[in-house]
Write a protein of this length. Structure first.
Length: 332
């Protein structure tokens, strides 16, 4: 594992090797989609199920119709909003390998905003698959150091582009044959603004897309989402020990508890954009701290239940899904 520059990353991708690159959402483990060797290496390195489709990242002004069949709705979205943290699912062409699409007849396409990822894409001048650069199911990486720490013994390079600006994965929508839009995955891109182009409806087609599993983005340690009142009550009744667990909570809750723990508490800002940017980093910090100090659980205060927080809520519910089911079975 080593840090590499942009030119080296371009050369390695052209040689059908994989590299970790930054995007505005999360770091991706990138490989040329026209190389079965590279695509298989992504699946193997991530321990990703082979039928779990990949998102194809393309450069600005690329001939999209090489990879997908474009209708008027897709054309309007692309011309008005790309590059963006917005992925479109469209009918694929013969130039896209079924390895990339999870054997589906559709392909997920995205044009990222990040300057470094765009420079790499322009240099390769081809579609690049870039799922999150982490082991499948674990917390997504938003810093180059996250990738390095997780894959220290692997033999691929990382381009350090600093901390990801957005911090959670892209929104994914499908353009339907009836010229409507289905939401397949929520992200920080405001999908509601697409209503000016086409009607938006619930996903009626059970399409496989990245990040759609019920359990995903999960720390190793039990992650428990808990509302403010329950947390305060359980701490007050000593059902939860402040010293034996890690806490990710809002400042107002910390003030009520009057706790000033230096190491096993992180404070969430009240701004959803700021939380999106740091939440995966916070989960990694908590997970690493618990592993080193043999703490029991990570308690995460529930975030607001409104549209501005919907994508973050989606990620955290998936991250805590396994723990929630264990609790239901009264095993914890």
């Amino acid at each position: 594992m080593q840090y590499i520059n942009i030119q080296s990353a371009i050369e390695k991708l052209l040689q059908n090797e994989i590299v970790a690159i930054p995007t505005e959402t999360v770091y991706g483990l990138a490989g040329n989609i026209h190389s079965e060797k590279a695509i298989n290496n992504i699946f193997k390195t991530k321990n990703r199920p082979i039928d779990h489709p990949l998102i194809v990242h393309i450069p600005i002004n690329f001939d999209i119709e090489k990879y997908a069949k474009i209708n008027n709705i897709a054309e309007k979205i692309i011309s008005k909003y790309w590059p963006a943290p917005l992925t479109l699912v469209l009918p694929k062409t013969k130039y896209v390998n079924y390895l990339v699409t999870g054997k589906q007849e559709t392909v997920a396409l995205r044009c990222p905003q990040h300057n470094i990822s765009q420079e790499i894409l322009q240099g390769v001048n081809s579609g690049i698959a870039a799922p999150s650069a982490n082991k499948f199911g674990y917390i997504s990486p938003t810093k180059a150091s996250h990738v390095y720490d997780e894959f220290e013994d692997e033999n691929f390079g990382i381009v350090d582009g600093g901390e990801c600006e957005i911090g959670i994965e892209s929104s994914i929508v499908m353009i339907n044959c009836d010229n409507t839009i289905s939401i397949l995955r929520k992200g920080m891109f405001d999908i509601n603004i697409l209503q000016e182009i086409a009607d938006i409806k619930e996903n009626l087609i059970q399409s496989k897309v990245s990040g759609a599993l019920l359990s995903h983005y999960s720390p190793i340690n039990p992650l428990i989402m808990i509302n403010n009142n329950d947390l305060l009550q359980k701490i007050d009744s000593k059902q939860i020990n402040l010293l034996e667990n890690f806490f990710i909570i809002f400042q107002s809750t910390a003030d009520i508890l009057n706790i000033k723990l230096e190491n096993n508490i992180l404070i969430l800002p009240n701004n959803p954009n700021q939380v999106a940017k740091i939440i995966y980093d916070y989960l990694r910090i908590a997970d690493n701290f618990n592993n080193k100090n043999n703490l029991k659980c990570i308690y995460l205060e529930q975030i607001p239940n409104n549209i501005q927080w919907a994508a973050i809520k989606d990620r955290l519910e998936k991250a805590s899904y396994n723990t929630a089911n264990i609790i239901k079975g009264e095993k914890i």
